[in-house]
Design a protein. Structure first.
Length: 130
């Protein structure tokens, strides 16, 4: 995938922050800047290192968009959301916060997927109960 120069700069900056030991890094960018493209490139790099990745999103549209970007990059992944066939053995999982909360936290019908990297789309929603 051809990245715009500022997207490559953001990915490099993310790597530097992680190398410094930072565990919480937030990307803030305007609509249309390619945040999902940036995230999918970071996820691709993690997957190549055989690390597990969990992407959390609160809307089906974001889940579908993220899945498409991962698919475009050739990244095998599962989707944890109502109406999708699960692929629990994939190292990369894209999950609906609501579905994951219901299945893993409230009812215990599934395990939380492992995550060496946790990506939270729309992080401003983190204070929500779920």
């Amino acid at each position: 995938m051809d990245l715009r120069p500022y997207q490559a700069d953001v990915i490099d900056a993310f790597g530097r922050e992680v190398a410094k030991g930072r565990r919480r890094v937030i990307l803030v960018a305007p609509t249309g800047a390619g945040k999902t493209v940036i995230a999918s490139e970071i996820i691709r790099a993690e997957a190549e290192l055989m690390r597990s990745v969990l992407v959390l999103a609160h809307r089906r549209e974001i889940i579908a968009q993220t899945s498409r970007k991962l698919y475009d990059q050739g990244i095998e992944h599962g989707i944890i959301a109502a109406g999708f066939m699960p692929h629990p053995l994939e190292a990369v999982q894209v999950a609906s916060i609501q579905t994951l909360d219901r299945r893993a936290i409230r009812t215990g019908t599934t395990d939380l997927p492992p995550a060496d990297l946790l990506v939270i789309d729309e992080a401003q929603h983190c204070p929500a109960n779920t």
